[in-house]
Design a protein around this ligand. Structure first.
Ligand code: TXA
Ligand code: MG
Length: 329
């Protein structure tokens, strides 16, 4: 047995004992528990301080497992939904979660009071090895305290959750860097609840049908939310963040300003720290480094973080979605 096999086996054993294991995915690190074990799932909510009305994504290792952990017979149209799943199959493993009726095997608290489950196959060798060794569904939200910036390195997980997690698998920095696209297949028109690296345009092309965007959703306080990850304020650093377009000439600026830069923009005010995400405005590079940069600026003792912006098109939509939430007052 190699060292990595031993580590994976140990992590799978911890999950079997109802413990929490953080693991890398291509998007962000996840805080995993056995999705069939309600007590283990409850530990996730406690460790993150996550509101009990915010459902969790369940990770699996193969497309075949979708029918094991979702109950497609409860779909609005099982034949169409099966067709959609086979069309989406080439995108997995990858940064796409699909919301379907929850199967019997999945603990109820994964769905946070609802009857659906979000499923995805992560594209990271360690995550896939863990899923195969465990041979069951792993519920895993991002491995950060609720509302803080998602972790893209093992150190981010340790910084945020410390002793609250039983083990952290270190797979290096996450390649995508933004959480998966969440698409609901619960109704006649597929609906993106959270934008990500798999864009609406890509989904429309592969499904050959119209896909609704996230903007039409309104979160209602106190009810089970369609996707509470879409609450206006989310993913926020402690330091105040503003988008550069919302600064005016007359804005009163504090002394210690940091800038998150990803275009040729040149701020016309004094700054004490600048983090440049990509020298050529490459959005994939911006996405991969975004959360690490927000954490770096947040740790720099600044009064204000001013963020650059890009067109909200393609991957730019997910980037601007996260930055808009981070800057929500
Ligand atoms: O990339 C990702 O998706 C990462 C990695 C670890 O896989 N996970 C992640 O989980 O971002 P979390 O919990 O931070 O975000 C899950 C999002 C939330 O916006 C949640 O509301 C939504 O997915 N979600 C989960 N289950 C859902 C369901 N049954 N119906 C609607 N939305 C759901
Ligand atoms: Mg999260």
């Amino acid at each position: 047995m190699t060292i990595s096999e031993a580590i994976i086996r140990n992590a799978a054993a911890l999950l079997n004992q109802g413990k929490l294991v953080a693991f890398p995915t291509e998007t962000v690190y996840g805080l995993g528990a056995d999705a069939r074990n309600a007590d283990a799932v409850a530990k996730i909510y406690t460790a993150k301080g996550r509101p009990s009305n915010n459902p969790l994504i369940v990770h699996i290792h193969s497309v075949e497992q979708i029918e094991t952990y979702a109950d497609l017979s409860m779909s609005w149209n099982p034949i169409v939904v099966k067709e959609w799943i086979s069309k989406l199959a080439p995108l997995w493993p990858g940064p796409l979660s699909v919301v379907l009726p929850r199967g019997m095997a999945i603990a109820q608290n994964v769905s946070a009071g609802g009857s659906s489950v979000a499923l995805r196959i992560p594209n990271h060798p360690l995550a896939l090895e863990l899923l195969k060794a465990f041979n069951g569904p792993i519920a895993a939200p991002s491995a950060n305290p609720s509302n803080y910036v998602s972790p893209t390195t093992a150190q981010h997980v340790r910084d945020g959750l410390g002793e609250r997690v039983d083990s952290v698998l270190d797979g290096g920095p996450c390649a995508v860097g933004l959480e998966s696209t969440v698409v609901s297949l619960l109704q006649e028109t597929p609906k993106v609840l959270r934008p990500g690296a798999i864009t609406i345009e890509m989904l429309e092309a592969i499904l050959g049908s119209r896909v609704e965007g996230p903007s039409s959703q309104k979160a209602v306080e106190g009810l089970t939310l369609h996707s509470p990850g879409l609450l206006a304020k989310h993913y926020s650093p402690r330091t105040k963040v503003v988008l550069r377009s919302s600064l005016s000439d007359s804005s009163q600026l504090p002394p210690r300003i940091g800038v998150l830069l990803f275009s040729s923009w040149k701020p016309q005010f004094p700054t004490v720290k600048t983090v440049a995400l990509s020298s050529c405005g490459d959005l994939e590079e911006v996405a991969a480094r975004l959360f690490g940069a927000l954490r770096e600026l947040d740790d720099a003792g600044l009064d204000l973080i001013v963020s650059d912006e890009c067109e909200p098109i393609g991957l730019g939509e997910a980037i601007m979605d996260r930055l808009t939430r981070a800057s929500h007052k």
